[in-house]
Design a protein. Structure first.
Length: 181
């Protein structure tokens, strides 16, 4: 009995699936995640963590946030739209958290309404509403960049960098913490 070669149709289906995977990107690992409303959302600037999950943790430790989508801003960014949080992931580990309290053209998330922990105090994001509040809470920044669209205050502590981006009128657009090895 002679063996039959695989049909040309089957191999073309495989090529079609590969083409779609390349076009659409890898599967979204957060699709099965469920938001746990009993867990509060808090960016803790003292421990460089989000709701108890520190930087450099595995991405799946954030399952309690619910599903996310890849950001159009960058392949390594994941947007948790309903809670105003963006997470930067590299090699399955969290390297950055961004909270977005006012609409931002770079991210498709709702405004962040969680809290921020500073020097052991939990405060609503609205408490840090102006540049002077930021400098009172954190002290003098390591660096300050300003242009017509925004002001960014940088704070470097060890291998962690905090960036606070302000609108031209001084309102906070994003608070970000990053850890790079």
């Amino acid at each position: 009995m002679r063996e039959r070669a695989p049909s040309a149709g089957f191999s073309s289906i495989g090529r079609g699936v590969s083409f779609l995977r390349n076009l659409l990107g890898p599967r979204n690992p957060t699709l099965g995640w469920t938001r746990d409303p009993s867990r509060s959302i808090e960016l803790d600037l003292d421990s460089d963590s989000l709701s108890g999950v520190p930087l450099d943790s595995e991405f799946d430790c954030l399952e309690f946030l619910g599903p996310a989508r890849r950001s159009t801003a960058s392949q390594g960014l994941w947007e948790f739209s309903p809670i105003g949080v963006v997470v930067e992931v590299h090699a399955a580990h969290i390297v950055g958290y961004l909270v977005v309290p006012i609409p931002d053209e770079h991210f498709g998330v709702e405004p962040y309404t969680g809290e921020v922990a500073i020097e052991g105090r939990r405060v609503p994001i609205a408490w840090i509403g102006r540049e002077r509040d930021v400098t009172q809470a954190f002290g003098k920044p390591t660096r300050r960049d300003e242009d017509i669209d925004e002001t960014v205050l940088f704070y470097e502590i060890g291998n962690v960098e905090r960036q606070i981006e302000l609108t031209p009128d001084g309102r906070i657009k994003t608070i970000a913490i990053f850890s790079y090895p």
